[in-house]
Ligand binder design. Structure first.
Ligand code: GLA
Length: 727
């Protein structure tokens, strides 16, 4: 049993293979958090301490006991107003206009299987793989209930958390703040690891000590954003890739978010993950309920690599869905950087036939095929194929591409509208515009109000009508601006609109994956602006960044790898000089840098020399050789490209018989010193052969000293070793 209730101690303990999580219902009915860490048996309430602490008040029931204070005790679901002055997980405006919630334990149930969340993405598991704990808390004055949900996947060292607020009172309430995951740590010193960035430079890793006061990251953009990713790690100061304790929280949600970490006055640390407080105020009438998205949590006592591997495994096998989740994805050619808006049907076919000839498996027609979309200025919202531009119907184009032995994929951006479009002229109130204000434009486009069902339904029908015109096997779902000017003409409260928007988005995606189970969907938002665990439930791969520069990608992939599996990282070989940075790199470097992900090309193949084409044919064969290992192998970060001379990473098969080490040099000097790349995850003191050179290596020496990176002249050289255990 992974969830155990001890009646005598009033503890509920969640066990995974290597971790234990424990909570306790205390003498006053508060649900206290006792422990989350390495596997531990017994009751951990000895960790709680009771002292008279000035200005930390006491619940009324404590009578003359000044040593009991909610301000210092670790809590599972802290709320505002009942004596805990730290940052709360929940703020509710009650029907009587007060802001106090006092949640006490009422009951709990333990079930086999993992809970599902209606209308929301969530980790799934079979009944024998997971258990669910539901704890019912109630504020007996307002009648408001909080149902805490815990999903436990023992084999994966994963615990998920979600919360449902039920208004069992009489009047209307408003949920003002909600963080489904809270971790209160009694001792220890921790770092807050977050992933910040900007368009075309996403998920840079930042590690800072958690001090007094609250460090907060988040997004108020209506999407998870390029600026901060909705996943964080809390690690002990000493924790490295290979040793030490660390916790992860990944929000399974694609709207805004906030995560807060801070030390309180007693040097205890609280970590929260949930909705952003700005613009959030979800109304609930009597009898209504609100279900939060979930947070995936994991703990590793063996450092950050293991923590990442836990998350990767869970997301790859229990969050991603559909035909493609475990399948090596087709190698694609995307038309964007090849021709942007400037193409004809003929030029597309020329590109596709070149791609087919080189061994690529799918042709993706990016932006520019619909309405009057010849530039960023117009056309979004008019999902009618521009047959004049294509010189044929979409069906005919697809047939010709299929006849070349290639699959066909297409780009869409359903959530957006240009003012210069028939859709906007017909339905100006469907876009987010506040009456009396001129809206903020971004890339000349406005956002459609997906909180309204009729808007979602209309666009859904338009998109389906396109997809039904031929054998479409892939969609790139884009979202190229952040949301502002939030106003929905039909909403009873504007504080609900951004969440209802995300529910509308998920409803659309759910219908799409059900209607077209054979279509592979790749998520995108100006590259990696909506790279989150929520999207992975619908789109098993996400375009990682609009930046295709292989050297910048080393950092982007590094940051991404802490949370997300390589199987979901969209990455392509593009032109040199690179279109975003003008940096020149070799074709080999571009390919090695693009391999830790779903592989493809995005450049004008017609401009390549015969020699380059031959090299691409080889790269495709090579990627296919390693693709299964890349998709399913255990991922190790071997260097930190933000600070080291090179980016280096490794995939190791679960049986440890095979590994792929890939390295791209960054810094180059005359008379260069040799860098040794320490290889991880292999069997102890075992011989491995590099299949590329035939040379045999000892695994312990590879780990302790490393493989010497050759010193070659020229910048940004790439290297790889494919180690296979000797018989
Ligand atoms: C976004 C995407 C690009 C491309 C363009 C098309 O920026 O990230 O890959 O699809 O839109 O407009």
């Amino acid at each position: 049993m992974s969830i155990v209730y001890d009646e005598a101690q009033k503890t509920i303990t969640l066990h995974t293979k290597n971790t234990t999580y424990q909570m306790q219902v205390d003498r006053y009915g508060f649900l206290l958090h006792l422990y989350y860490g390495k596997t531990a048996e017994g009751c951990m309430d000895f960790l709680l301490t009771y002292y008279d602490r000035g200005f930390s008040g006491n619940p009324y029931e404590a009578g003359t006991d000044k040593t009991y204070s909610m301000d210092s005790l670790p809590q599972e679901f802290p709320s505002l107003g009942n004596g805990d002055y730290r940052t709360p997980a929940c703020i509710i405006k009650n029907a009587d206009r007060t802001y106090c919630s006092d949640f006490r334990y009422k009951s709990h149930t333990i079930k086999s299987g993992k809970y599902a969340l209606k209308g929301l993405p969530a980790v799934y598991a079979s009944d024998d793989e997971a258990q669910t704990l539901e704890v019912l808390l109630e504020d007996h004055v307002t009648g408001v209930k909080a149902v805490l949900l815990y999903g436990v996947l023992p084999e994966y060292d994963i615990i998920t958390r979600s919360v449902k607020i039920i208004n069992s009172g009489n009047g209307r309430i408003s949920v003002k703040k909600l963080a489904p995951a809270c971790l209160d740590m009694l001792g220890g010193d921790y770092d807050f690891i977050t992933f910040y960035g900007r368009h075309a430079m996403e998920r840079n890793c930042q590690r800072l000590p958690i001090g007094h006061g609250v460090s907060k990251i988040g997004s108020t953009r209506g999407s998870s954003s390029h600026q901060y990713n909705p996943a964080v790690i809390m690690a002990e100061h000493e924790t490295t890739e290979d040793a030490g304790g660390c916790y992860a929280m990944a929000f399974v949600y694609s709207g805004g978010f906030q995560s807060e970490a801070g030390k309180d006055q007693y040097y205890q640390t609280r970590l929260l993950m949930g909705f952003p407080e700005e613009q959030f105020a979800y109304p609930l009438d009597a009898g209504e309920e609100f279900q939060s998205p979930e947070v995936i949590m994991s703990y590793s006592s063996d450092g950050l690599a293991k923590l990442s591997q836990n998350l990767h495994r869970c997301m790859r096998t229990h969050l991603c869905r559909g035909k493609y989740k475990e399948v090596v994805r087709p190698i694609l050619l995307n038309s964007w950087e090849a021709s942007y808006f400037d193409f004809t049907g003929e030029s597309l076919l020329k590109l596709a036939s070149e791609a087919a000839e080189l061994g690529m498996e799918m042709f993706v027609l990016d932006d520019g095929w619909f309405g009057k979309r010849d530039s960023e200025l117009r056309g979004l919202g008019d999902w009618k194929v521009n047959e004049e531009k294509l010189g044929c119907t979409l069906g005919e184009l697809i047939e010709k591409i299929n006849a070349m032995g290639m699959k066909f994929g297409i780009w869409i951006e359903p959530e957006m509208v240009n003012e210069d479009s028939d859709l906007y002229r017909g339905h100006p109130d469907w876009a987010f515009v506040i009456p009396g204000r001129r809206p903020n434009r971004s890339r000349y486009q406005l956002v459609l109000d997906f909180s309204r069902k009729e808007v979602v339904d209309y666009i859904y029908e338009q998109i389906c009508a396109v997809l039904d015109q031929g054998n479409v096997e892939y969609i790139k779902w884009d979202m190229n601006r952040s949301i502002s000017d939030v106003y929905s003409a039909t909403a009873d409260s504007q504080g609900r609109v951004l969440h209802d928007y995300v529910l509308g988005l998920y409803d659309f995606l759910e219908r799409l994956v059900n209607r077209y189970p054979n279509i592979l969907i790749e998520g995108c938002s100006g590259g990696g602006g909506r790279f989150d665990a929520g999207m992975l439930y619908y789109t098993p791969q996400i375009w990682c960044s609009d930046n295709t520069d292989p050297i910048d990608r080393l950092e982007i992939h590094y940051g991404t790898s802490f949370i997300y599996p390589a199987s979901c990282v969209g990455s392509h070989v593009s032109a040199s000089p690179n279109h975003q940075t003008a940096r020149c790199t070799t074709l080999k470097t571009r390919a090695v840098a693009a391999m830790p992900g779903t592989f493809g090309y995005e450049l004008n193949l017609n401009e390549l020399s015969e020699e380059e084409k031959q090299e691409i044919r080889q790269q495709i064969k090579e990627y296919k050789k390693y693709a299964a290992l890349i998709q399913r192998g255990l991922y190790y970060r071997l260097t930190n490209p933000q600070t080291d001379n090179q980016g280096a990473w490794e995939f190791v098969s679960e049986d440890q018989k095979e590994a792929l080490v890939q390295v791209v040099g960054i810094k180059k000097h005359a008379n260069m010193t040799v860098d040794y790349i320490k290889v991880k995850g292999l069997k102890e003191n075992t011989m491995y052969r590099d299949t590329e050179s035939g040379r045999v290596y000892n695994s312990t020496a590879l780990r302790e000293v490393g493989v010497p990176k050759p010193v070659l002249n020229g910048e940004y050289k790439a290297y790889q070793w494919h180690f296979v255990q000797e018989d």
